[in-house]
Design a protein around this ligand. Structure first.
Ligand SMILES: Cc1cc2nc3c(=O)[nH]c(=O)nc-3n(C[C@H](O)[C@H](O)[C@H](O)COP(=O)(O)OP(=O)(O)OC[C@H]3O[C@@H](n4cnc5c(N)ncnc54)[C@H](O)[C@@H]3O)c2cc1C
Length: 453
C-alpha cells in the first residue's frame, strides 16, 4: 500500500492539531485530506480587524490557560514549538454597583465585613474541595481524579451566607461558565471559580493575535485542504473504509478514507447525518451524553483612545451586567497603540436572550453597561462589531462523569473502528482540551497505521 488515506472533518484548532500531531507521530506514509465547511481555517480562534482601522481584536477564544506551573502543558509547548511569542494576561477586578473591587480590602469596604467573611469562607471551602494538582488532573479519569459530583453549582452557592458575596462570585465566573449555576455541576462551577487564583492557573495570549496559532499549524501540515466543503453525511463503505459525503457549492462529492477523524464541536456534530442504524444510534448516544449547550456573544468596540486606563490597567475585568460579564481591554494586547478596544464577553442566558437584538442594539447595550465613572467614554466610540457564538461551548464539558478516553473518542468501536471523534467538549471546552483530544486520537491512529502496515 502506498499510504493510508486519512480524512479530517473540520478545520478548526482541533482538526489542524490532529493533522499536525498525526504527521509528527506517524511512521508510515499518510495522505491527509481536511474538509472545512467555511472559507477559512481556524474555527473559533478568530482575530479580525476593524474596517475603519487595521486594528486587531479577539472575536473568539480570548486567552490560553497556562498549567505549566504544575507539570506538562502541551498547549504552551506547542505554541513555543511554533515559535509564537506570548504575553501574560492579568485580572480580574470585579465592578459592582459602580465600585471597583480589586482585593479583599475593596470588598470589605464596598460590601461590608459579613460579605467579605462569607467570601473568604467560600474561598477556603473551594480550595479544600479541589487542590491545584487535582484541578490539573481533573479531565482524566485514568489519572489522579476528583470523585464526580453531580450536584448543580447553584446548590453550593446557596450555602454562601451573604447575597453580596454570592453576587460577587457569580459576576466573577459567569463569563467563563457561559451558563447559569443551576445548569452546570458543582465541580465545573468550582473549577471556574478557582481558575481565578494564580495558584491554579495563569493566562496568556499570543502576540500579534491568537489566530497565529492556527495560521502556523495550517502552514505546517502536509494535507489537501478543501475549504468551502461542508460535510453532510458519513457512512461505512465496504468492509473497512469510511465514506464522507461533502458539497462544494452545488457539487456533491464523496471521498473514501481508511480512517476518518470528525473534529467538530458538539453543536456541529449533531448536524451531520451518520448513516447505518448502528452508527446512528452510537452518535445519538454520544451527543446526548454531552448535550449541555452554552452560549456566548462577543461585542467589541473600537474607541479613539483607551479612556478607562486610569481606572483599569489589567487585561480584563468583570462587570455586574448581563448576569456577570468579562470586559477585555483588547488594546492591552498591543501596548503602545493610541486606540482603545473593549470586548464584552456576554455568556449564558443573557447571550441566548440578547441574540434576538440587532448588532446596533447590542453595541448600544454594551455602552450602556459601562460603569458610571466611564460613561463619558461612549463619545470616543469609532466602530462596533458583534460575533455570535450560540451553543458553541459546553456547560458541562466532559459530561457529568468523565468517560474513559477510548470511549470518548471512538463512538462505535465494533463495526466502525476507523471512525474517531475529536472535541474540546470531551475535556474542558477549551483549547487545552481540544489539543488533549487531538493528541490522543493522533497517537492512536499513528499506532493503528503502523500496526497494520
Ligand atoms: C467566544 C468564545 C470564547 C472562547 N474563549 C476561549 C478561551 O479564552 N480559551 C480557550 O482555551 N478556549 C476558548 N474558547 C473555546 C475554543 O474556541 C474552542 O475550544 C476551540 O475553538 C475548539 O476547536 P474545534 O476545532 O473543536 O472547534 P471550532 O473552533 O468550532 O472549529 C470547528 C471547525 O469545523 C468547521 N465545520 C463545522 N461544521 C462542518 C462540517 N459539516 N463540515 C466541515 N467543517 C465543518 C467549522 O467551520 C470550524 O472551522 C472560546 C470559545 C468561544 C466561542
Amino acid at each position: 500500500m502506498c499510504c493510508w488515506n486519512i480524512g479530517i472533518v473540520g478545520g478548526g484548532p482541533g482538526g489542524l492539531m490532529t493533522a499536525y500531531q498525526l504527521q509528527k507521530l506517524a511512521s508510515v506514509p499518510l495522505r491527509i485530506t481536511l474538509l472545512e465547511a467555511s472559507g477559512r481555517l481556524g474555527g473559533k480562534i478568530l482575530t479580525p480587524q476593524f474596517s475603519t482601522s487595521p486594528v486587531r481584536y479577539e472575536a473568539g477564544a480570548a486567552e490560553f490557560y497556562d498549567y505549566s506551573i504544575f507539570d506538562e502543558d502541551p498547549l504552551k509547548d506547542l505554541i513555543a514549538e511554533l515559535g509564537l511569542p506570548i504575553r501574560a494576561m492579568g485580572g480580574p477586578a470585579v465592578v459592582m454597583d459602580n465600585q471597583i473591587l480589586a482585593n479583599m480590602d475593596d470588598i470589605e469596604a464596598a460590601l461590608g465585613p459579613t460579605a467579605a467573611a462569607a467570601l473568604l469562607d467560600f474561598d477556603r471551602r473551594a480550595k479544600d474541595q479541589i487542590t491545584p494538582l487535582e484541578f490539573y488532573h481533573s479531565d482524566y479519569p485514568e489519572g489522579l481524579h476528583l470523585a464526580p459530583d453531580p450536584r448543580r453549582f447553584d446548590q453550593l452557592l446557596t450555602l454562601v451566607e451573604s447575597d453580596d458575596a454570592r453576587s460577587y462570585i457569580q459576576n466573577l465566573i459567569h463569563s467563563d461558565l457561559a451558563t447559569e449555576p443551576q445548569q452546570t455541576t458543582f465541580t465545573y462551577g468550582l473549577q471556574n471559580y478557582l481558575m481565578n487564583s494564580p495558584a491554579y492557573m495563569h493566562l496568556y495570549g499570543i502576540e500579534g493575535g491568537n489566530q497565529r496559532l492556527v495560521e502556523e499549524l495550517a502552514q505546517r501540515i502536509d494535507a489537501e485542504v478543501l475549504l468551502n466543503h461542508p460535510v453532510e453525511s458519513i457512512e461505512k463503505q465496504g468492509s473497512s473504509q469510511i465514506r464522507v459525503h461533502s458539497r462544494s457549492g452545488d457539487q456533491p462529492r464523496h471521498d473514501d478514507f481508511d480512517f476518518v477523524v470528525v473534529s467538530l464541536p458538539h453543536n456541529h456534530l449533531g448536524k451531520l447525518a451518520f448513516r447505518g442504524a448502528r452508527l446512528q444510534r452510537a452518535i445519538e448516544r454520544h451527543l446526548s451524553y454531552y448535550h449541555y449547550p452554552a452560549h456566548y456573544l462577543r461585542i467589541t468596540i473600537l474607541f479613539d483612545k483607551p479612556f478607562w486606563r486610569e481606572a483599569f490597567s489589567d487585561s480584563y475585568w468583570m462587570l455586574d451586567k448581563f448576569g456577570g460579564c468579562c470586559l477585555y481591554d483588547e488594546s492591552s494586547r498591543e501596548p503602545g497603540s493610541s486606540h482603545g478596544i473593549l470586548g464584552w464577553l456576554v455568556g449564558g442566558t443573557a447571550a441566548e436572550t440578547m441574540n434576538a437584538l440587532t448588532d446596533e442594539e447590542l453595541i448600544s447595550a454594551a455602552l450602556d453597561s459601562l460603569p458610571t465613572f466611564l460613561a463619558h467614554g461612549r463619545k470616543h466610540m469609532v466602530e462596533g462589531r458583534v460575533h455570535r457564538w450560540l451553543s458553541a461551548v459546553n456547560a458541562i464539558p466532559g459530561g457529568i462523569v468523565p468517560r474513559p478516553l477510548d470511549q470518548r473518542h471512538q463512538p462505535e468501536p465494533i463495526e466502525h473502528p476507523q471512525l474517531y471523534l475529536v472535541g474540546d467538549y470531551l475535556f474542558d471546552s477549551t483549547l487545552n482540551g481540544v489539543l488533549d483530544s487531538a493528541e490522543y486520537v493522533a497517537a492512536w491512529l499513528a499506532a493503528q497505521t503502523t500496526d497494520r502496515s
